[in-house]
Write a protein that binds this ligand. Structure first.
Ligand code: KG4
Ligand code: ZN
Length: 336
């Protein structure tokens, strides 16, 4: 089955073409094309994503990417078209949905078009790794992005439930805000990581919010505020130490809750995904933790951590199999 996928939920315009073979239990996915046009340079002067600028850029980039995809794919005849319907920035989501409808109408009127949940896309991104062997279920999935921090328990590719999520800021958002406090450029996550690599994580004892709380929920707003107060009260603090201490605090909480969930539910695999999964310190911590618990650890390669359409293609494929019909309407707050 060939799947054409479109993603425009935030500041990346992305198109992908996948080939899916195998069964529902052991799917085999080949990414034939994975095109991403990043808008970082456009939004950087504003220190964050400006929805209407994102919309304008998506409108400009979608036909360009589609031409690139179609030009080299002489037999581009998808069996399924899928597009992100949420969560995300509504003006941005609409551009993808309208574009998907348009190409379907013009080129592939008989091909089914299904909506995809962006967070399910991040969840399924682990299938884009070069792995050997089937997944060992059950799994605990940690999804960490700019908009979400979610812990899930999955029994199979099509059956899962949410255990907890952030009650305020997402962890990626906390990285971005700490970057701003430290006067680092946008997007902040990778910059904080770079600076943290030069610092000592033991210098400042930032709080580990909700680490002892019984729930699987998170909270990162207080941690960010602690960084703000620390800089206000200690302006001569070494920024690298602040970045390293903040990062260690955030990662400690993520790892502790993931480990507890893995133990409680007898997980055989831990899955990590979302933009913050690009953070090497987080990957290392979860990988070491998983080894100690004797569970497999899977995180997709870097290009599939941040927003992309390949993961949307996989999620769209499974949504189609599950006969899950997300309405083709932009939904800013759609949850998993
Ligand atoms: O998944 P994503 O591309 O978009 C959303 O769906 O939100 O995630 C973007 C988030 C941003 O907050 C960004 O700062 C963060 O992921 N991020 C990182 C790193 N790379 C991206 N955070 C920490 N360390 C990184 N290396
Ligand atoms: Zn995302």
């Amino acid at each position: 089955m060939k799947v054409l996928a479109i993603e425009t939920s935030c500041d990346e315009t992305a198109l992908a073409l996948l080939e899916v073979r195998g069964s529902v239990r052991t799917p085999h996915i080949r990414v034939r094309k994975n095109l991403v046009s990043s808008q970082i340079a456009i939004h950087a002067p504003f220190g964050g994503v400006v929805p209407n600028l994102a919309k304008r850029e998506h409108l400009k980039n979608l036909p360009i990417l589609y031409q690139q995809l179609a030009k080299k794919e002489s037999e581009l005849k998808p069996d399924l078209i899928t597009v992100t319907v949420g969560p995300g920035l509504e003006p941005a989501l609409w551009t993808g949905i309208e574009f998907a409808k348009k190409i379907r109408k013009e080129h592939f009127p008989k091909t089914p078009l299904v909506g995809t949940n962006h967070l399910e896309g991040h969840f399924y991104s682990f299938l884009l790794t070069a792995r050997n062997g089937p997944i060992r279920w059950p799994a605990i999935a940690l999804i960490v992005s700019g908009g979400h921090t979610i812990l899930m328990r999955a029994e199979s590719f099509t059956k899962w439930r949410m255990l907890g999520e952030t009650r305020d800021d997402a962890v990626g958002e906390a990285f971005d805000k700490v970057a701003r406090i430290l006067n680092l450029p946008y997007p902040g996550g990778p910059e904080v990581e770079k600076l943290a690599a030069q610092g000592n994580p033991d210098v400042i004892a930032f709080p580990r919010p909700m680490v002892h709380d019984k729930s699987y929920d998170f909270s990162f707003s207080g941690l960010k505020t602690s960084v703000l107060y620390h800089m206000r009260d200690n302006p001569r603090s070494l920024k690298a130490d602040v970045a390293a201490s903040f990062q260690a605090a955030a990662i400690d909480v993520l790892a502790a809750k993931t480990a507890r969930a893995a133990r409680e539910f007898g997980a055989r695999t831990v899955l990590l995904s979302g933009g913050v999964a690009a953070n090497k310190a987080l990957r290392k911590k979860l990988s070491v933790m998983s080894r100690k618990l004797s569970v497999a650890f899977i995180a997709p390669p870097f290009r599939y951590n941040t927003d992309n359409a390949a993961m949307i293609g996989v999620a769209g494929y499974f949504a189609h199999l599950r006969k899950k019909r997300f309405p083709l309407r932009a939904n800013g707050t759609l949850s998993v």
